[in-house]
Design a protein around this ligand. Structure first.
Ligand SMILES: Cc1cc2nc3c(=O)[nH]c(=O)nc-3n(C[C@H](O)[C@H](O)[C@H](O)COP(=O)(O)OP(=O)(O)OC[C@H]3O[C@@H](n4cnc5c(N)ncnc54)[C@H](O)[C@@H]3O)c2cc1C
Length: 401
């Protein structure tokens, strides 16, 4: 690792990778990540990624996103995300990402809660792994991109021109040192590691938010935390296993302790979560049941192989009986405040992905909008950095133990 780069990126999820890949090839980029490069929530995304299905779908997609977000969304941000979605998908396909297709080779679309029509592309129930592994492989072939694992950002370096890099720590040796850069991207993901029950990796602890708060960089909606209605119930500690909303989109139903349906399973996440919690209180139970039998064996095995296998590993056979499910922390809509280019309130400091709050999701995220939003803001941040000027001076950093 050198002491100086053009761009420093903290995080190797879809946001960090997409930014790195969009920077001009002569840009010297350092990517650091707190864990192994393939241990990010981006790899865990199951359900899929949204795509605008032609101009006629624009109004519906826009309205679905706003309705899910309780109309607190930034409309310009939502427009930017929707309009750019087809070309971003095309780009992913260019990287070799495979989405499900029909016999004619056309995309197959699935549906999740809050969507008025199917507009979600998927790859089995491992869409995030399919997308992120291709982006990571592409980044690893680029000579201008260096990836350092088990290295975390502790702080940003602030000079007269704004952010000039970050203070980082090699986790194995404990060594702390400055890395200077003309531009820095915070793409450290969500906050699930701070919660007892979460679908997120435990090492995602909102570190960029801590840095922003310490440095007086604006943050927004820190209380907008999304709870996913259906994670596999377990009494064991650790990350909660998600049962994607698209299982309900394909026909699975929620049942109370008497085996009766009690809600509309295709409402937005916060509504379904509220219904489940109310039912648990009423029944005096610590979970409800998800009956996947209406989905059918063929779809369960072909579209949801990971979920199917995990339920069986835990001793539940979704083909013969409902499985126990419970809500858990899943996503963070708030974050470091950014504009349409991913710029924070500190010059030269950018944020993208779940760490950032660009207003797309409002108070509640519509299913399968976050991979897309992360990619688009990362690309915009790269474009802004590429058009920006270099730092003229780098301040000395006093490192305290
Ligand atoms: C189980 C699950 C299923 C999901 N399903 C879907 C879905 O179907 N569709 C959808 O659109 N979204 C889905 N999401 C949400 C989506 O996956 C995430 O919002 C998105 O991937 C966030 O990408 P990111 O690049 O911002 O962060 P992440 O992919 O979480 O990456 C964060 C990176 O930051 C690194 N990091 C953290 N702290 C530091 C630090 N201090 N220093 C350096 N590096 C650090 C991490 O090691 C990691 O590399 C799902 C999420 C989960 C958990």
């Amino acid at each position: 690792m050198q002491e100086r780069y053009d761009v420093l990126i903290a995080g190797t999820g879809v946001a960090g990778l997409c930014c790195a890949l969009h920077l001009p090839p002569q840009t010297r980029v350092l990517m650091i990540t707190k864990d192994a490069a393939d241990r990010s929530d981006s790899f865990l995304a199951q359900g899929g990624i949204c795509m605008l299905r032609g101009e006629k779908d624009f109004a519906g997609y826009f309205e679905d996103t706003l309705r899910a977000g309780h109309y607190e969304n930034d409309e310009a941000a939502v427009r930017q995300m929707i309009a750019r979605s087809p070309s971003m998908i095309e780009e992913l396909v260019g990287y070799g990402v495979r989405f499900a297709r029909d016999e004619q080779g056309n995309f197959r679309f699935t549906r999740e809660g809050g969507h008025s029509r199917p507009r979600i592309l998927f790859h089995d129930d491992e869409t995030g792994k399919e997308i992120t592994s291709h982006l990571l492989a592409a980044a690893r072939t680029r000579e201008n991109i260096e990836i350092c694992e088990y290295t975390e950002i502790l702080d940003v370096i602030e000079g007269s021109e704004g952010c000039c890099g970050g203070v980082v720590r090699d986790i194995a040796s404990g060594e702390v040192f400055p890395v200077y850069a003309d531009f820095t991207l915070l793409a450290t993901g969500g906050v699930g590691g701070l919660f007892k029950n979460s679908t997120n990796y435990r090492h995602l602890t909102g570190d960029a938010l801590g840095i922003a708060l310490r440095r007086g960089v604006a943050v927004e909606h820190l209380d907008y935390v999304q709870i996913h209605p259906t994670t596999l119930y377990s009494a064991k500690p650790g990350r909660r296993f998600l049962i994607s909303e698209s299982v309900r989109g394909e026909g699975a139903v929620l049942l109370d302790k008497a085996g009766e349906r009690f809600c509309n399973e295709l409402m937005p996440r916060d509504v379904v979560t509220g219904d489940i919690r109310a039912q648990m209180r009423k029944d005096g139970t610590d979970h409800v049941w998800l009956d996947m039998r209406p989905v059918g064996e063929k779809t369960l095995r072909e579209h949801f192989p990971t979920i199917f296998a995990r339920c069986r590993e835990e001793g539940y056979d979704p083909l013969t009986a409902p499985v126990p499910v419970v809500p858990a922390q899943h996503y963070f809509m708030g974050g470091v405040k950014v504009d349409l280019w991913g710029r924070t309130t500190m010059p030269r400091l950018f944020a993208a992905g779940e760490t950032a709050c660009n207003g797309v999701h409002g108070k509640n995220r519509l299913a399968s909008n976050s991979l897309l939003e992360s990619l688009i803001w990362a690309e915009r941040a790269a474009a802004a950095m590429a058009g920006g000027e270099k730092c003229r001076e780098y301040p000395a950093v006093a490192l305290s133990a």
